[in-house]
Design a protein around this ligand. Structure first.
Ligand code: DON
Length: 315
């Protein structure tokens, strides 16, 4: 048997036991509640799907539960904004550096000149990036985002979870103030409420672990879907996205994740993690109980276990 097949068989064999061992960590985490609808997620759920370039999937645990992408969506809106505008225009509005602050902090917008968000994965940066997505109305922009996500996930039925969208839109005072500050400083162009509406909707796209694994697979193979052979994203933009995922994708625990797991990853407050083994696998994880840094407590433990067992670290 080729060595890739041997490893995949071992993953399939070990995954259920690893999931059950990591699931226990959920007891020490907390489900996000600042978006009220998110607090309904089951605290001790843990699921994972791992997909290889031939479309084989290994999955275990609660991999069928639906969850919203939240900040995972920021990776793909960044890519879409790069495809719409090119690098120079995007990096005129957002920087390339980690902040050391919370994902929803506005601190550095005031303190550090030229007052652009430090990177596209914190909320301020993602809101600025959303304002760059092409389209003549918020409906058209949301439609383009959804079409892009559906193409990458190879799932035409991906859609916005209306309850989560409404719950975030009704409680997003901090994101709103950020949007208006960015508008005042000339970082965000267009109507602030319309930009925020597109942002809330792309954060609320409902997925399963298999959808996230499929989207990650395209990034793992440099932007070309290895299953259909279709080029979907220019390689340079995948390189940019994977670099941000490595330096800022796991909030203020990105350094620790790089050391313990060593793979590009992006998490969201719903407990999702998108990660990949470059050139080999796309991976989707969900575990709604979060650790103090806002990442899935059981999901991170599971990825640490897998990376160590199969020697996946890139470093
Ligand atoms: O804007 C928010 O707070 C959420 N829609 C997304 C937050 C999230 O997942 C954390 N981001 N880095």
């Amino acid at each position: 048997m080729p060595s890739d097949d041997i490893e995949f068989e071992r993953i399939r064999e070990k995954l259920p036991g690893f999931v059950e061992a990591s699931r226990k960590r959920s007891a020490h985490g907390k489900v996000a509640s600042y978006i009220p609808e998110l607090s309904k997620m089951p605290k001790d759920a843990l699921g994972i799907a791992i997909m290889d370039g031939n479309g084989r999937t290994a999955s275990a645990g609660d991999c069928e539960i639906a969850f919203t992408m939240q900040s995972i969506s920021k990776v793909f809106t960044l890519i879409l904004a790069l495809m719409d505008n090119g690098e120079a225009a995007v990096f005129d509005k957002v920087g390339m550096e980690p902040t050391g602050d919370n994902f929803n902090s506005m601190l550095k917008l005031e303190l550090v000149q030229p007052g652009i968000p430090f990177n596209p994965l914190i909320n301020a940066g993602a809101i600025a990036v959303t304002s760059l997505i092409a389209g003549s109305s918020p409906q058209e922009k949301t439609g383009r985002v959804l079409a892009f996500f559906r193409q990458l996930a190879d799932n035409p039925s991906l859609d916005v979870d209306k309850s989560v969208y409404e719950s975030e839109a009704a409680t997003a005072n901090l994101n709103r103030s950020m949007g208006y500050l960015l508008k005042d400083r000339g970082v965000l162009e267009g109507n602030v409420e319309e930009v925020l509406d597109v942002y809330f909707r792309h954060c609320s796209v409902s997925v399963t672990c298999a959808d996230i694994a499929r989207m990650a697979l395209v990034l793992a193979f440099g932007g070309t879907d290895p299953i259909t052979g279709k080029p979907l994203i220019p390689r340079r933009y995948v390189q940019i996205a994977k670099t941000f995922m490595t330096t800022c994708g796991m909030y203020n625990a990105s350094g620790e994740f790089a050391i313990q797991v060593g793979l590009p990853a992006k998490s969201g407050v719903s407990g999702g993690i998108l990660t990949m083994v470059p050139g080999r696998y796309g991976i989707g994880v969900v575990g709604p109980a979060l650790n103090g840094k806002g990442n899935s407590i059981a999901g991170v433990h599971l990825m640490e276990t897998l990376s160590r067992e199969f020697d996946w670290s890139m470093f």
